[in-house]
Design a protein around this ligand. Structure first.
Ligand code: UD1
Length: 370
């Protein structure tokens, strides 16, 4: 029997990251997978559709935790995951990214003394008000294998006292997914682009609590969108958290009435990737989209004070707009007036991070006796 790696996924970005690793693992002998879906994301559009788009195998178990406050959600995942880990007895537990499911998976593995691998280790925004930053720091401290996307991540981990032999600079698995799925993404997004009449457009995503949970800040962002859409039509797939906040704060009607702002439900992976590749620019507060835009050479304006992915700025087309939404229109105009194309992506964005990860897992854990 091959040894088993237990993967814990729960939220939309986890699904994108796990797909190329599971694919690479399926081509080698000596290791099998057991896939746990925590149920942190459960909507068709945030979960099932991603499994279909990315050809991810059915989870072996779904813990069905659903939405709740951070402590309840993280704790509930731990309560439901622990017996699964005890019964599967994996040679390694692998967690990805920085969501609450990542943290819960890391804590259970550490308590059960199962070796822990973290994909996307070492990223730091240095802003502990972000729930993701807390999840990253704790997960990394507990991890035995730390798979890092870019050199700054290695520096961060060494500074935090993690021993060098645990750290592996492998590149970004989100880029593996993007490069693999691009042809299908172009096809999947063609009808939506046709519906827009083939005009240039920008893409907008917004879901960080720091942007959407504060009514004054969200109101100021909406006011700036009114100006931006005069220069460039925007396509805005609205995250459920953001839709709820727009409704709670009485901003939905005003937002829906902005000319040239196309409000959509959350898009599937393929549709979104295709829309991103063809966009004139992307305005976002997501982490992963900064990396995807760098790979696709699409100008990216990030509606945050910090980024945990400095390579996207140093070598890529990303710019941090900071805390002040009033700068959005001039930043958009500046991008629209640029002549030169964005730079080529960094060398590690080569589409082979998952192969490197799986090779390291095989070397470390695979049943060598056949
Ligand atoms: C989570 C991650 C964030 C990631 C994002 C991607 C944490 C701390 N945050 O944020 O890092 O960038 O996923 O989407 O893990 N909801 C639905 N349907 C769902 C899931 C959620 O409607 O399937 C709504 C619920 O109202 C819920 C809210 O969205 O309360 C927030 O969901 P949650 O999983 O807590 O965090 P996200 O904002 O999605």
């Amino acid at each position: 029997m091959p040894d088993t790696i237990l993967f814990v996924v729960g939220a939309r970005p986890n699904f994108v990251k796990v797909a190329p690793i599971l694919h690479a693992l399926s081509t080698c002998t000596g290791l099998s997978h057991y896939l746990v879906h925590t149920g942190q994301h459960y909507d068709e559009r945030l979960s099932h559709r991603f499994f279909r788009d990315l050809s991810i195998p059915e989870p072996d178990v779904n813990l069905d935790v659903g939405s709740a406050d951070h402590g309840v959600q993280t704790g509930e995942i731990m309560v439901r995951l622990e017996p699964v880990v005890k019964s599967v007895r994996p040679c390694c537990t692998l967690v990805l990214g920085d969501v609450n499911s990542t943290l819960a998976g890391a804590l259970v593995a550490a308590k059960q003394q199962v070796p822990l691998a973290h994909v996307e280790a070492g990223l730091r925004s240095f802003d502990r008000r972000m729930p993701e930053e807390v999840n990253r720091v704790v997960t990394d401290v507990l991890s035995d294998l730390l798979f890092v996307t870019e050199p700054a991540g290695v520096d961060n981990l060494i500074r935090e006292g993690i021993s060098r032999d645990r750290i592996h600079l492998v590149g970004d698995v989100m880029v593996d997914a993007a490069s693999h799925h691009l042809p299908r993404a172009r096809e999947a997004s063609a009808p939506l682009r046709a519906r827009l009449g083939g005009i240039p457009y920008g893409l907008l995503t917004l879901h960080r609590p720091s942007n959407v949970d504060d009514p004054r800040r969200l109101t100021r962002i909406v006011a700036q969108l009114e100006t931006v859409c005069g220069d460039l039509p925007l396509v805005f797939p609205v995250h459920p958290r953001t839709r709820k906040r727009l409704q709670d704060f009485g901003l939905m009607e005003r937002t829906a009435a902005i000319p040239n702002l196309h409000l959509l439900p959350p898009l599937g992976y393929l549709e979104f990737l295709g829309m991103l590749e063809s966009a004139r620019l992307v305005l976002t507060d997501s982490g992963g989209i900064q990396a995807e835009a760098t790979f696709l050479r699409v100008p990216c304006l990030t509606l945050r004070d910090t980024t945990e992915r400095p390579d996207t700025i140093t070598f890529g087309p990303n710019r941090l707009l900071g805390a002040d939404p009033e700068v959005i229109p001039s930043a958009v105009r500046e991008v629209l007036s640029r002549q030169e194309p964005p730079p080529a992506p960094p060398a590690l964005m080569d589409g082979h991070a998952s192969d490197r990860i799986v090779q390291i897992l095989v070397d470390r854990f695979a049943d060598q006796t056949g």
